[in-house]
Structures are given as structure tokens and as C-alpha cells.
Design a protein around this ligand. Sequence first.
Ligand SMILES: Nc1ncnc2c1ncn2[C@@H]1O[C@H](COP(=O)(O)OP(=O)(O)OP(=O)(O)O)[C@@H](O)[C@H]1O
Ligand SMILES: [Mg+2]
Length: 423
Amino acid sequence: MPFLQRIEVRLSLLMVLVVVATSLMTIALNTYQRERVFRELPAELRDFLRRNEGRPPSLSLTPELRSLLSEGRELRVRQVPSSNPENPNPIFLIAPLDDLAATPVQIQPPIRSRRPSLETRIQQNLLIASLVATALGVLVALVFARRIARPIEAISDAANRLAQGDLAARIEAPRGEDEVARLARNFNQMAASLEKLETERRAMIADIAHELRTPLTVMQARLEAIQDGVMPLEMGEIDRLHHQTRLLARLVEDLRTLSLADAGRLTLELRELDLVEWVRRAATTFLASLDAKKINLERRLPAGPVRIRADADRMTQIVSNLLTNAQAHTPVGGTIALEVCTADKTATLRIADSGAGIPQEALNKVFDRFYRAETSRSRATGGSGLGLSIVRALVELHGGSVAAYNRPEGGAVFEVRLPLDQA
Ligand SMILES: Nc1ncnc2c1ncn2[C@@H]1O[C@H](COP(=O)(O)OP(=O)(O)OP(=O)(O)O)[C@@H](O)[C@H]1O
Ligand SMILES: [Mg+2]
């Protein structure tokens, strides 16, 4: 970085500028003040002083002379030789013209000594003080600027590395509570989020590839077996192949829904909807399969309607994803309870089952993409771990929230909260 562009150099130069400007102002004010006093003196005395390069003994006039001058009367100035051998300068006797009897005010310019006058010394001292202040200022500026500049340089370096793809770039934990420390901490947080996002993105691509590969491999192996004549081409085999393509199609559709939701491009066709009616209808489509597994479906629905604004198709998707999970995790002869209630501008849909429940460590992960609590079993049942992440994305798009917990008596509960339609 060019020398003059460095923060510490710029701050030091600024400090020098301030000190020099202050000193110059002090000297200028001092000179101006002296000139004003000088100008108030009678003309004869001024002339004498100018000619002899002297100055009155003090910056202020004597009180008597000052009152004489302020009265605005015409003055008579008489010059008498000095009788004092130590100061040969003449004595000026100043008296009002109209009152010759008054005692004149006496002023005798001091002799020009070898020593500089008091003012010259004051000016010199001011100059020396300014120089010392400037030097001190530069020193202090350098120390402070260094302390401010170092973390900023570190942030700039780390940002550079981050831009070049080094997502592990961090700044050494800065101390203090000032803006720079906060900036550094925020930067570290941002870098950590970026790194996490990137890791998730990579994991997601790996997961997608893996999920797509499984049904494809199965189909490929079966088709090759048929081609080689190892397997006969019969309807049962075609059904199994069809089942695999449907799995693939569902997976691709789920991924599409999630990526559209991520990009904010999943548009909902919102309309007024009775949640009770909707849940009842969605449950009906499950009755046959629940019956087959001898699962009892308990419906605890309010008598009146519960109005929400929602996209009908997406609501069906939410309810059926949750019911599919409940059904898959409830043992034969178990129970699934469907409950709808309202409280405080919120409609709550609860789906509880009598299965094994969700392992404690998995409770806050079940909504993550591709997450399966028991990998082997879910894969066997064809689950890809996207169902609940779609539920969460859709519920959030509706302005609601979803949570999972276990019932003390066993079994998982999924709770969807949606804002009631206020209109
Ligand atoms: N009712 C439940 N009881 C116990 N565990 C559950 C229940 N619902 C979901 N889970 C756990 O959460 C995981 C994620 O569920 P999710 O619906 O996202 O995926 P999946 O059912 O495995 O696959 P997909 O729904 O994509 O076909 C499941 O694999 C399961 O381990
Ligand atoms: Mg599921």
C-alpha cells in the first residue's frame, strides 16, 4: 500500500496539521492583540516607538492613559529628555489640551536591551511549545493510529483471503468494545456463516447425487439383467421399474420445491380456507392405508371453522407429509391423533403418534435437508429426508412456524402454527 495511503500516516499528518494550525492561530491572535494596544497609543508615541523599534513596557496601557484616551479629548504630548542615565529614552508627558493644569501621564519607552522583549520571548516560547506539541502529537498519533490501523489491516487482509476462496480466513479475536473490535467480530461471524453455508452447499450436492444414484443404479441393474436375459421381461418387473421412476420423480419435485422456496420464487395462491375442513379431507385419503396397518386415527377437531389464508395445494402437502411420517413411525395397532385448536390469533395443527418418538439429539435436526434419524430403515422405506424440510419451508412461507417434540407417554408430536385470517 502506498505510504501516504496508510491510516497511521494519514492520522499523524492530520494531527500535525491540527497542532500547527492551533499554534499559528495562537501566534496570530497574540500579534493582533498587541497591534490593537499599540494603535491606541498617541501618534507621537507610536512614531517614536516605530522609529526606535521599541514597544510599550507592557501590552496594556496604564489606567490613567486608557481613561484619557477613552474620554476622546484632544491630547497634548510633550517630550522631555530623560534625567535617568540608565534609560536615555525621552519621557512623553500626555495631558488633555483643554486642562493644562492636570498632571500629565508619563510614559517612557524602555531602553532597548540586548535581551529580546517580553513579547518576543512569548512568541519564541509559543513557537517552541508548538514544535514540542507537534512532535508529541505525531508520537501519540502514531501510537493510536497503529492501534486502530492494525486490526483494520488484518480485516482487509482476511477479507482479501476470503474473496480468494479461503473461507477459513479469520481475524485474531480482537479485545475491547470499540467499533473496530466490533467490526472484526462481525467479520469473523460473517466468515463463519459463509463457511457453514459453503459446507452445507457441498454436503447438499453430495446428498442429491447420492439420492439420485440409488434408484438409478437399481433401475440400471434391472434393465441390464433383462437385456442379458437373466431376468424375464414381465409386468411385475415393469411395475418395480415404474416404482423407482416415481421415487426419482418425487425426489426431483421435492428438490425443485425446496430450491424455489430458497430463491423466494415459490408463489403461493393464497385464499381463505377452513383448516378443520382441510385437515378432515386430507386425513380421508389416508384412511385406507391406516386401516391396513390397523392404526386408529383420532380426530380432535373444533365444531366451527378455523379460517386461515393459505395455498390449498401446499396445505395438502404439509398435512400429508406429516401424516406419512406419523404413519411410517407408528407400529401396527397404534394411534395417530389429529388436533386443531386456536389461541391468540394463531391456529395450531398437532399431529401426534404412538411410535417410538424422535431421538433427543435428533429433535432439532429433523427439519434439516436429507436428515434421517435412522438411516438404514428410512432408506429401505424410500424416505429421502426432505419431507420435513419442505414442511418447514412451506409453513414459513405462510408466515407460520413448525416444531417437533416427544410426548412423555411416548411418540412424536409435530405442531404447525399458522396465523388466523383476521379479515
Ligand atoms: N413421526 C415421527 N416419529 C419419529 N421420527 C420421525 C417422525 N417424523 C419424522 N421423523 C424422523 O425425521 C426424519 C426426517 O423426516 P422427513 O420427513 O424429513 O424425511 P423422511 O420421511 O425420511 O423422507 P421423505 O419424507 O423425504 O420421504 C425421518 O427420517 C425420521 O427419522
Ligand atoms: Mg417424510
